[in-house]
Design a protein around this ligand. Structure first.
Ligand code: KG4
Ligand code: ZN
Length: 348
């Protein structure tokens, strides 16, 4: 069905290239996706067991123009009809980010459309606005991806307060490392998710990590070591390893900690809405656990569909729209910021 574009509609052309997905999207009025093109490099990086930054940058350069053209074409929108151009400028791999940032700057300069630099995590959070039309701040959001584990209060559009984050590995990183250790390969998250459905989550008792002095920070490196120790011990004693059981038990340990910390924060800070975001938010056990725990605690639970959980540009378009409404613009000096922080850290 052809979308009708009205004069007052705000159309954001969004670009995302912070890691291993080259993506572009056209988003109407912040919540309606007219196109969402994702060119994934996963197969390429699988050969090396993880993302190789140099290869990622080169592949982005090859794909970026094509992906942007496809996004405009599929949305049936001409470049002149676009209101503003939004692009992820951090955090992420510097060489990868630079490709999207340069493309966005060139387009903005050529078309004289405003340029809006978007924080990648703000994008992940904003994916929730796309499919949950009723969701409005304030709410608590757990962002769990390959590079980040953040518990955030979304106070208003574009206004965040960080309650906690990981002290070591990100949740997705733990999934990827454990998957490698039990021989599932890269990318680990989806593979652990799948095999865990055939495993017993109570087969092995792995630790639920607590972080000294903080109720809302996370730590996953201890859990990862516990899995490695378990595998070594089994090997030394000649005990057969049940991969599905180990995967399911590890996954349950991650899910338990994420659910416990997040929902305690929702209660303590007095909110009644909770959302999840990022690649790990597509994990089926995590979603089921949050669904039932939120129902028990009378908390409204929101989550994006899996395709909007992992990296994409539609989420950058949603975030870019609210930045646009707030009058935030970037100059042509916009640069890639690999370790860009989201808001100010709150001392709890
Ligand atoms: O958000 P994302 O696409 O990229 C980053 O910004 O990091 O997240 C990728 C991460 C990877 O670590 C991947 O293993 C994990 O999300 N992931 C999952 C699942 N799907 C992706 N982890 C657990 N279960 C899944 N179903
Ligand atoms: Zn991401």
């Amino acid at each position: 069905m052809m979308e009708m574009i009205k004069k007052e509609d705000i159309l954001i052309l969004a670009i995302e290239s912070s890691c291993d997905e080259t993506a572009a999207a056209v988003v109407k009025n912040g919540r309606e996706v007219l196109s969402n093109i994702i060119s994934s490099q996963i197969e390429l990086h699988t050969l090396y067991g993880g993302v190789v930054p140099e290869i990622a940058s080169r592949k982005h350069i090859e794909k970026i123009n094509q992906v942007i053209e496809e996004a405009l074409h599929e949305a049936n929108v001409a470049l002149e009809e676009i209101t503003a151009i939004a692009v992820t400028y951090g955090p992420g791999l510097v060489g990868a980010l630079l490709v999207g940032v340069s493309a966005a700057k060139a387009l903005s300069f050529a078309t004289e459309k405003p340029l809006i630099g978007v924080h990648h995590i703000e994008g992940h959070i904003s994916a929730n606005f796309i499919e949950n039309k009723v969701l409005e701040p304030p709410f608590v959001c757990l962002v769990v991806s390959g590079g980040h584990t953040h518990l955030v209060v979304v106070k208003d559009y574009g206004e965040y307060e960080i309650l906690g984050c990981t002290r070591d590995d990100a949740a997705g990183e733990a999934f990827d490392k454990v998957a490698r250790a039990i021989g599932l390969g890269y990318p680990g998250g989806p593979k652990i998710d799948k095999i865990s459905r055939e495993g017993n989550p109570d087969a092995v008792k792995f630790p639920r990590a607590k972080v000294d002095g903080s109720n809302y920070d996370f730590s996953f490196s201890g859990l990862k070591s516990a899995v490695l120790n378990y595998l070594n011990t089994c090997e030394m004693k000649g005990i057969e390893i049940h991969t599905a059981d180990v995967a399911a038990s590890f996954q349950k340990a991650v899910v338990d900690v994420l659910v416990e910390h997040s929902l305690n924060a929702v209660k303590e800070y007095g909110y009644d809405q909770f959302a999840i975001a990022g690649g790990v938010a597509s994990n089926s056990a995590l979603r089921t656990a949050f669904e039932s725990e939120c129902a028990k605690r009378k908390i409204e639970f929101y989550h994006p569909s899996p395709i909007l959980c992992t990296d994409n540009a539609a989420m950058i378009g949603a975030a870019g729209y609210y930045e646009y409404l707030k009058g935030r613009r970037s100059g042509y000096d916009l640069n890639a910021v690999p370790n860009l922080r989201l808001g100010e850290r709150r001392i709890v």
